[in-house]
Design a protein around this ligand. Structure first.
Ligand code: XBP
Ligand code: MG
Length: 249
């Protein structure tokens, strides 16, 4: 019996990477007078590393940027990241990024069926607040019993730490919960925490390895944007709580 849904944020609740995080990083680089720029393609490669600070450090090291020799590199990265977070929140406040098709519907359905909700993500807490407030209204933050985010655990995904944190705070066993992820780093984290996992991939992750997933979908789907996979497999346009209960033993 599944009693809780645990959602990843970036790429799963909304397509935040390409036109959200990436843009906010580039704005921060410019604000700091750096000649770094992340194209959509470069950013796709850099997504192999989760976490904004970790991603920047990886970029400096692997692209042989002169800044790699700066003694204050850690501090520079922390400052850049604080600026990037400001940029991202402001971007969402001015131009909300929509939730992916079916997310809002499934969240409501879960609440109607007494399925608890939680979040497990590597992103910074302010980013989640901005996304949920702009897409679902301020009260939606209270729908989630646990929001596990950012630096509260020692290791980011693909390590399972954030899922362990969320399970511990939900006071639930992994067997009662279902994770929703969009990437190979994400599913490695959720599977390592013992969670059954449903994937909704996106443009950046469709070629990822999702071995071990219960279901790999193009999207959860809704009436206007049906899930191709569910249509072909179950003659249904979207993933409902009923279908989850039918498919998952
Ligand atoms: C998301 C991330 C995040 C965001 C940026 O991974 O890797 O780093 O790109 O967030 P996942 P911050 O969806 O697997 O949790 O800059 O706040 O770290
Ligand atoms: Mg993700």
């Amino acid at each position: 019996m599944i009693n809780a849904f645990i959602f990843d944020v970036d790429g799963t609740l909304a397509d935040t990477e390409r036109h959200g995080h990436r843009v906010a990083f580039n704005q921060a680089f410019e604000q700091f007078g750096l000649d770094w720029h992340w194209s959509e393609e470069t950013y796709g490669e850099l997504l192999a590393v989760t976490g904004g600070k970790e991603r920047m450090a990886h970029f400096v090291r692997t692209r042989d940027k002169p800044e790699k020799d700066r003694e204050d590199l850690d501090s520079l990265i922390r400052q850049l990241h604080a600026q990037k977070t400001k940029n991202y929140v402001s971007l969402l406040n001015h131009n909300a990024i929509p939730l992916r098709p079916g997310i809002k519907r499934l969240l409501h359905e879960a609440r109607d069926n007494n399925i608890r909700l939680a979040i497990a993500t590597t992103t910074t807490p302010e980013n989640i607040t901005a996304l949920l407030e702009s897409a679902l209204g301020r009260e939606s933050l209270d729908w989630f019993d646990v929001i596990g985010a950012g630096d509260i655990v020692p290791n980011k995904k693909p390590a399972p730490d954030i899922y362990h944190y969320v399970l511990q705070h939900l006071e639930m066993d992994a067997g009662e919960c279902l994770a929703f992820e969009d990437s190979s780093n994400g599913i490695r984290a959720s599977l390592d925490a013992g969670l059954r996992t449903i994937i909704t991939y996106n443009g950046y992750t469709e070629q990822d390895d999702f071995t071990g997933a219960e279901l790999v979908l193009d999207r959860l789907g809704d009436e206007d944007h049906p899930s191709t996979v569910l249509r072909q497999t179950y003659r249904q346009d979207y993933l409902s709580v009923d279908l989850i209960r039918k498919i998952l033993p």
